[in-house]
Design a protein around this ligand. Structure first.
Ligand SMILES: Cc1cc2nc3c(=O)[nH]c(=O)nc-3n(C[C@H](O)[C@H](O)[C@H](O)COP(=O)(O)OP(=O)(O)OC[C@H]3O[C@@H](n4cnc5c(N)ncnc54)[C@H](O)[C@@H]3O)c2cc1C
Length: 499
């Protein structure tokens, strides 16, 4: 048994835990983060994968959240342009649901609430003649176009963890937080590693970033046991179908209940449709799943607008996640605030709500609170606003960088070179170091996955199980059959580095 002391002990390797770890370690605090599963195995890999201001939140007067989120779009675009890129959203106009002046007013605010440099402003479009109208039914005559960003959500979590680790944070996936007991001005903490080995350590502050597991984590912290504020768990699901239309733009559809449903190009061959808002129970936490009602609800939204009609048989893949929201008393689940709340009490910080989009600001505020609570006279300024995440120093354009990677590694099929460029940014050179032929890529598992990438993920990104690689570090699992998974499982069981 080893014993160590840390300034900050973080429970949860989702976007909020990883973001706080990065920020805190970068301000000179020593950090230990434990995650009971893989990094981003919870809500942070089950999002709609958008860095967005949240157009619909304007209707609920969430101006603070929208302004901050709009501002963050540009900050995050600069910090990780390999995994975050602009995407145009087409909003078909449905006069019976929202008047055009209301939509125009909303988009005007969206364009002007925060400064924009790289993202285009909104405009109206004639869908009877525009390419955007092609896949839609004839009754849709006009619409609006605005820009938000796409993000590889699980990769964003890993990059935050990676940056924290580069600065010397201890990052421990597959390590469960067991309990914390109060000592004199510090916590005595027990964690359990993957094969049952327990470790005790001490820390000045605890951060409960357990996401939907917030309450269960609190029950294990002596003296806290009850959450300082109520929690509202709201499930959301997505379906993935074969590519529904050509083009890189997305649609935002107004469903008959006025909720918005996104339709977004996904992984070249697919279209992703979501999301829903359903009250969730603690029992749903272990493995949230789409219900029949949610499935039908999402199909209905698409079938309202698109000429191609989808059935349940078109659905190739589904995923669900649970939002750990601060319970503001709102009964309508779609209206419960998505803004975050941080509560620091008795040296334990509890994290509620938030968006992938606002994780950096949430982390800044969390670390500000912790720093202010320390008895010290040290300046620990904020630093992440202009900092680049690992691999993000690709220059201003992903397409130029991709071309450079294709040219630098002519032996790679172009699709693979392009995928690696976008997945790893400038870290691609580390992955491909000394490779000069396909033989150097090692064993082929299926689709475009080779042992060299698997080894890289195991060595540098904490991957250890097939799903870590097939569903979170990459989305190759969507393109492969069970044989790929089995081959990969066998390979991983033998340990990496077998080129
Ligand atoms: C359907 C849906 C769509 C969304 N779409 C978007 C979007 O497009 N854009 C956007 O900005 N936001 C979106 N969000 C919101 C965003 O995904 C969440 O706010 C965010 O992922 C929450 O992150 P988190 O770190 O708090 O929680 P999580 O990602 O769930 O992380 C918590 C972690 O704590 C770990 N944990 C729990 N208990 C323990 C323990 N005892 N020991 C160790 N570890 C533990 C869990 O395993 C988990 O990995 C969406 C959310 C949902 C549900």
């Amino acid at each position: 048994m080893t014993q160590n002391h840390y300034d900050v002990f973080i429970i949860g390797g989702g976007i909020n835990g990883a973001g706080i770890a990065r920020d805190a370690q970068g301000r000179g605090l020593s950090v230990y983060l434990c995650e009971k599963g893989d990094l981003a195995n919870g809500t942070s890999s089950a999002s709609s994968k958008m860095i967005h201001g949240g157009l619909r939140y304007l209707e609920f007067y969430e101006f603070r959240l929208v302004r901050e989120a709009l501002h963050e779009r540009e900050v995050l675009l600069n910090s990780a342009p390999h995994i975050i890129w602009p995407i145009e959203f087409v909003l078909p106009h449905s006069p019976s649901l929202r008047s055009s002046w209301l939509v125009r007013a909303g988009l005007f605010l969206y364009d002007h609430l925060a400064k924009r440099k790289r993202l285009a402003g909104s405009y109206s479009v004639d869908l009877t003649s525009s390419r955007f109208g092609k896949p839609l039914k004839r009754f849709v005559k006009s619409g609006f176009v605005y820009s938000d960003c796409w993000v590889e959500d699980a990769r964003l979590v890993v990059l935050n963890a990676l940056d924290a680790a580069k600065k010397n944070a201890q990052i421990h996936p597959h390590t469960e937080f067991v309990k914390a007991v109060r000592g004199d001005k510090q916590w005595q903490i027990t964690v359990r590693h993957q094969h049952g080995r327990e470790e005790t350590l001490t820390a000045r502050h605890i951060v409960n970033a357990g996401g939907p597991g917030l309450r269960k984590v609190a029950e294990r912290i002596e003296g806290v046991t009850q959450l300082p504020l109520p929690l509202h768990l709201v499930k959301g699901s997505h379906i993935v179908v074969p590519r529904l239309y050509e083009g890189e733009h997305a649609y935002i559809l107004q469903h008959s209940d006025r909720r918005m449903v996104f339709v977004i190009p996904f992984e070249e061959d697919f279209t992703m449709i979501g999301t829903t808002d359903q009250n969730a129970e603690e029992a749903d936490l272990a493995a949230p799943k789409i219900s029949q009602y949610e499935l039908d609800y999402l199909l209905e939204a698409v079938n309202l607008y698109f000429t191609k009609q989808l059935t349940r048989y078109d659905v190739r893949y589904t995923y669900s996640g649970i939002r750990p929201l601060f319970d503001d008393g709102e009964q309508n689940v779609s209206k419960v605030t998505r803004d975050y709340k941080l509560v620091l009490a008795d040296d334990c910080l509890s994290v509620y709500g938030g968006k992938i989009t606002t994780f950096r600001r949430l982390a800044e505020e969390a670390v500000d609170l912790i720093v202010a609570d320390r008895d010290e006279d040290i300046d620990r300024p904020r630093w992440t606003q202009n900092a680049v995440l690992p691999g993000g120093d690709i220059g201003s354009s992903l397409s130029i960088f991709t071309k450079q990677v294709i040219e630098a590694y002519p032996f790679l099929p172009e699709n693979l070179a392009a995928r690696l460029a976008s997945h790893y940014g400038t870290r691609v050179h580390q992955l491909l170091e000394k490779a000069s032929s396909m033989a150097d890529m090692g064993m082929h598992f299926g689709y475009d996955l080779y042992a060299r990438e698997v080894d890289f993920l195991c060595k540098t990104e904490w991957a250890s199980q097939p799903d870590d690689i097939l569903l979170r570090r990459t989305k190759i699992g969507l393109h492969t059959d069970p044989a790929t998974r089995e081959k990969l499982a066998d390979y991983l069981a033998g340990g990496p580095s077998k080129l």
